[in-house]
Design a protein around this ligand. Structure first.
Ligand code: ADP
Ligand code: MG
Length: 640
């Protein structure tokens, strides 16, 4: 990158300059343009005839680019400008360009002879003048007649003399970026309008307001540029109408959109928005009446529009600045972005208006266009942020839904199993008890030799009964003897119990627990749950295996982690965990995790698994932290 900047770019630049200087056409036009900054003016009174030639007498006032004298005094309908042009025979085709002037009908005289004329039948008074000059080897005096029906007329900035081709290029190209900007914004509005079909009804109204604001902004920029009026003079009236309509739509639309974004929190702003909308609607009607019913209604329209509109928009911009700052102070990041966009727009617009009134209405507003682009940019950024946030939320919802479905299925299965388990265990336990009683009875009568067989049979029956009791634990895991358990002590016992098994599988158990961790529950159920988990970890171990058990207190909870570097599980296996009879082992029952999860659930705890194939598994178990000094009775109903 740096090489590109340091070496390649300067060379390219030098090449371009060399190419340009060798280009014959451009080399020929090397004569510098002349800009005339001074001229003289004389007002044209209302009663003067339209086609009158330059005045022979009367007082001429000095004017220049700094003091263009373009504000018409009362009783004047235009201005004569007198200027002396230098010799022009240095150019093959000399020309004159006035890039900025206020006026509708223009006429140029040389030695009392009309040499140029242009007329306008619509009231867009930002005009330009471009004409070819006859080459002359001596200075020549020209008089320019500028007539208008607005309150300003005259030349601003100066008169440029140069090669005609270069001038005509300059005449057109200066305003092209504006046209491009305006049409692209209007095009964007069309696309937004098309997209509105995909929106929810509730979002649609604010979206449509935004479309309307964008469309009118685009139109406004196009119709504010002098270029279309120069090239399409027959459409001038229509463009002026469009300009006014866009303004009357844009101002309230921005307010309504901002109000919706500010969630109508600022009552004064809402009220102002409504008032301005009513005012804009009146202006709109007045404008249409003026357009279609003729000149005589101009007074009414002009009062509403020219008299008040500027101040109303100024007040609106000030209010927008205030509300944006207020809102940014307490809002989210989106609110800050939007407020910044609105603030830039309002600031640039307000500054433009201040400069406009300050310069006695000779200033051409242009800062607001940058503000408008910033506002649009901020809206696009917010839109993008909202879409990405929606996407993240959608993902989260679908994950939650999947988890919920999975849990639901598991619960349903558990329900059936526990019902079956309870009834079968109950049914089996009774005959077992009866059989045990008879066996004992027979044992009393039996000879000492067979007594040991009876004892063996009774023991086996007891074992069967124990298994059934365990099964019942799952079916109805009531915590009959509930107490406050000292978690580190319980875990330590479990660890010493399981360490030999781990060693048999070639692994070690690392154990670490903070002091004073207490939970409420049944000690043997607690043990059963943890033994199941640790046993699974041991069975998953490969060579150089380890299991880590860690317990800490965090945010009012006891958190226990059991990690191993065993074979791990894939997504599918993880999803199956806790489903009855799910086992990947040849001699597995597939009941261990189901019972464990059930016990933890009853102890009001939660369990989470993270696992990666070939890497290992981490189980996180959380219980509510209990207080051992609590004198209140322990809950004895710790079951579902
Ligand atoms: P069993 O141990 O009888 O197979 P469990 O319900 O205890 O039944 O476990 C179900 C299955 O979950 C196991 O077969 C095993 O595939 C998987 N599993 C549980 N814990 C782990 C672990 N720590 N590492 C790897 N796989 C595990
Ligand atoms: Mg197991």
């Amino acid at each position: 990158m740096r090489v590109l900047l340091r070496r390649v770019l300067p060379r390219l630049f030098a090449l371009a300059i060399a190419g340009l200087t060798c280009f014959p056409q451009l080399a020929e036009a090397a004569l510098d343009p002349i800009v005339i900054q001074e001229w003289q003016v004389q007002w044209i009174p209302q009663e003067a005839s339209e086609n009158e030639g330059p005045p022979a007498d009367g007082t001429w006032q000095e004017a220049d680019a700094g003091h263009p004298l373009s504000a018409l005094p009362k009783g004047a309908k235009g201005v004569w400008a007198r200027v002396t042009l230098p010799p022009t025979d240095g150019w093959a085709r000399p020309g004159l360009l006035i890039e900025r002037l206020y006026g509708l009908d223009l006429a140029v005289y040389q030695e009392r002879r009309l040499v140029y004329e242009s007329r306008r039948d619509f009231e867009f008074d930002r005009n330009k003048l471009l004409m070819a000059l006859a080459p002359a080897n001596h200075p020549a005096e020209y008089e320019i007649r500028i007539l208008t029906s607005t309150e300003r007329a005259g030349i601003l900035g100066g008169l440029r003399i140069d090669d005609f081709d270069r001038l005509s290029h300059r005449y057109a190209s200066r305003d092209v970026p504006d046209l491009l900007l305006g049409t692209s914004i209007a095009f964007l509005a069309c696309i937004m309008l098309l997209c509105s079909g995909y929106l929810h009804r509730r979002q649609r109204s604010s979206w449509l307001t935004l479309c309307l604001a964008t469309m009118s902004l685009g139109m406004l920029i196009v119709c504010y540029s002098p270029l279309p009026y120069l090239y399409l003079p027959s459409g001038g009236r229509l463009m002026l109408l469009l300009f006014d309509l866009s303004l009357f739509v844009l101002a309230p639309a921005i307010n309504f959109y901002a109000d919706q974004v500010f969630e109508r929190q600022y009552a004064f702003f809402t009220r102002f928005s409504r008032l301005e909308a009513v005012y804009a609607a009146i202006c709109l009607v007045a404008r249409f009446i003026y357009e279609f019913a003729g000149e005589r209604n101009y007074g009414v329209y002009s009062f509403f529009f020219n008299g008040i509109m500027g101040y109303v928009i100024f007040a609106q911009l000030l209010l927008l600045i205030g509300v944006s700052v207020l809102h940014a102070g307490k809002g989210s990041r989106n609110a800050v972005i939007l407020s910044a966009g609105l603030l830039l727009f309002a600031l640039s617009g307000a500054l433009d208006l201040v400069l406009y009134y300050w310069s006695d209405k000779t200033y051409v507003l242009y800062l607001w266009k940058f503000g408008a682009i910033m506002l649009l940019l901020s809206l696009v950024v917010i839109l993008a942020r909202r879409i990405s946030a929606d996407y993240v939320m959608l993902l989260r919802y679908s994950k939650e839904l999947e988890l919920y479905n999975h849990n639901l299925q598991r619960t349903e299965k558990l329900e059936i199993i526990s019902d079956l388990a309870a009834s079968i265990a109950h049914e089996v336990r009774n005959p077992l008890q009866v059989t045990r009683g008879f066996l004992q009875l027979l044992a009393g009568r039996a000879d000492p030799k067979s007594k040991s067989y009876f004892e063996l049979a009774t023991n086996e029956l007891d074992r069967a009964s124990d298994i059934i009791t365990d099964f019942l634990t799952f079916a109805k895991p009531e915590m009959d003897t509930v107490s406050v358990l000292d978690v580190p002590a319980e875990l330590k016992k479990i660890e010493s119990m399981m360490a030999p098994l781990a060693a048999m599988h070639g692994g070690v158990i690392r154990f670490h627990a903070e002091d004073r961790l207490y939970v409420v529950g049944n000690a043997s159920k607690f043990k059963q749950a943890f033994i199941n988990m640790i046993k699974n970890s041991i069975e998953a171990l490969n060579k150089e295996g380890w299991i880590e058990i860690k317990a800490v207190a965090r945010d009012g909870q006891v958190v226990v982690w059991i990690r191993d570097n065993g074979e791990g599980m894939d997504e599918e296996q993880l999803a199956q965990l806790g489903v009855p009879y799910f086992s990947t082992k040849t001699k597995g029952t597939g009941l261990g995790m189901m019972v464990t999860m059930r016990i933890i659930e009853v102890m009001r705890g939660t369990i989470e698994f993270r696992s990666q194939k070939e890497k290992g598994t981490e189980i996180t178990i959380r219980f509510p932290l209990a207080d051992p000094d609590e004198t209140a009775p322990l809950p004895d109903e710790l079951h579902l």
